[in-house]
Design a protein around this ligand. Structure first.
Ligand code: OFO
Length: 168
């Protein structure tokens, strides 16, 4: 496997693990507020991010490469409201989208067709992630000053379940 691309995958694996860690911090915030539905939504998000990391991890090994693990940054934990959390989630997902685009450019640069094909899955996943987050954010903006609306949304988010993604 091309070394530059392998290194870029290792950096992205770290970013996906950081995403899991960030969402775990957000899960803690919601657990602390007794908003169990929001906490459940975040716990599904954590599992998705771990799956994203493992999809890349397995891919590098499948291609005969090696994964170097790096330290994971401490996530922020100072959230001021559910709305603040979801604004940060959307901001983070947009950042991850830009990272996936950069990684795809590296795969294109070194003409690794298999990696480009794998990354198409991640590109589509990012579209879905941003749409899901925007949806919750929109609902939160509507609910903002109404505790009953917040509790209804909490109940709705309690229904989210993790389905292991088939990556690639
Ligand atoms: Fe891995 O998609 Fe969110 O960050």
């Amino acid at each position: 496997m091309n070394e530059k691309l392998q290194n870029a995958f290792c950096v992205q694996i770290n970013k996906e693990l950081y995403s899991a860690y960030l969402y775990l911090a957000m899960q803690s915030y919601f657990k602390d507020m007794n908003l169990d539905g929001f906490a459940n939504w975040m716990s599904v998000q954590v599992q998705e991010e771990l799956a994203h990391a493992m999809g890349m991890y397995n891919y590098v090994f499948e291609r005969g490469g090696k994964v170097e693990l790096m330290s994971i940054e401490k996530p922020a934990g100072d959230f001021s409201s559910p709305l603040d959390v979801f604004e940060k989630v959307l901001e983070h997902e947009k950042y991850v989208t830009s990272l996936i685009n950069d990684l795809t450019e590296t795969a294109e640069e070194v003409k690794d067709r298999a990696a480009i094909s794998l990354l198409q899955w991640y590109i589509k996943e990012q579209v879905e992630e941003e749409a899901n987050v925007s949806n919750v954010l929109g609902n939160l903006k509507l609910a903002q000053n109404d505790p009953r609306a917040l509790l209804l949304l909490d109940r709705e988010l309690a229904a989210r379940t993790f389905v292991a993604p088939v990556i690639g």
